[in-house]
Design a protein around this ligand. Sequence first.
Ligand SMILES: *[C@@H]1O[C@H](CO)[C@@H](O)[C@H](O)[C@H]1NC(C)=O
Ligand SMILES: *[C@@H]1O[C@H](CO)[C@@H](O)[C@H](O)[C@H]1NC(C)=O
Ligand SMILES: *[C@@H]1O[C@H](CO)[C@@H](O)[C@H](O)[C@H]1NC(C)=O
Ligand SMILES: [Zn+2]
Length: 313
Amino acid sequence: SELNSFFALTLILNPNVKFFRHEIVGVVTEVGANVTKFKTGDNVGVGCLVGSCGSCDNCTEGMENYCPKLIQTYGFKYYDGTITCGGYSDHMVCDEGFVIRIPDNLPMDAAAPLLCAGITVYSPMKYHGLDKPGMHIGVVGLGGLGHVGVKFAKAMGCKVTVISTSEGKRDEAINRLGADTFLVSRDPKQVKDAMGTMDGIIDTVSATHPLLPLLGLLKQKGILVMVGAPVKPLELPVLPLIFERKMVVGSLIGGIKETQEMMDMAAKHNITADIELISADYVNTAMERLEKADVRYRFVIDVANTLKPSPNL
Ligand SMILES: *[C@@H]1O[C@H](CO)[C@@H](O)[C@H](O)[C@H]1NC(C)=O
Ligand SMILES: *[C@@H]1O[C@H](CO)[C@@H](O)[C@H](O)[C@H]1NC(C)=O
Ligand SMILES: *[C@@H]1O[C@H](CO)[C@@H](O)[C@H](O)[C@H]1NC(C)=O
Ligand SMILES: [Zn+2]
């Protein structure tokens, strides 16, 4: 079955991974003969995946994101042999099995980044049971992933501590994003005071960084989830794993069913990403600003010019 749809918006991901253009939202303009989930006029989105084998264990368990034959939304070979182009077009055709409904109360532009950033933090929290009210969750790095991590963890009823290398983002973390506490990972006193207090930590940092202070912050059996992607191997301190059964795990986006669950939870709790909406002719400047990490926290491109870009651009 096939879904023809006009996609109005697109998003550029993170400065280090420019080849992922896969947080796309739009309005359905046409549906194929066998489409049952969507109709013309629906607000929808497409995340990182547009295809998978549909029959392996990963697929049948709703984890298409781990299918060995997954087709990513950008730069992968589609069933017909063409290369997927992500959101860089004013319309898109997608199998309905990979389309996410965007609930009406969510603004389309600010919901778009949830299709990758949102599910990337949501999926491991659910999978590892780090979603229980009263739990203490650390979020390392306050960028595209980290800022939505804070919002989801708060919506789950957790106590949230933002962990950063400098004091610079304290005000942002606490007063704007609603984190409960802020901790500077390079300050031994602050780390010492919070030792052994966290049930889980979501680490979104893609630069090389020490894991020892983070493992120290975890309670016994605590889980450190790596969702940033450092290019160089990190040093893994093993003793905290042995003596306190702590775990270091990784996680890759999420399946389609849980991406929909994430989007529905976002709608229920009014969670969106913080974005700067731009028009297509601002893209070159946006790219330069991305190099300098000068965006809070995602640019969203209004490809079809259907929304109103920020007045200052
Ligand atoms: C719709 O489903 C029927 C029955 O499964 C199939 O024969 C047909 O090819 C499908 N059409 C499209 C456009 O996928
Ligand atoms: C599930 O995904 C993993 C990672 O892509 C892969 O190694 C494994 O073979 C997959 N399982 C099946 C049954 O295909
Ligand atoms: C939802 O969040 C947006 C942006 O943060 C805010 O402007 C709006 O007032 C919120 N709506 C509700 C119902 O809380
Ligand atoms: Zn599969």
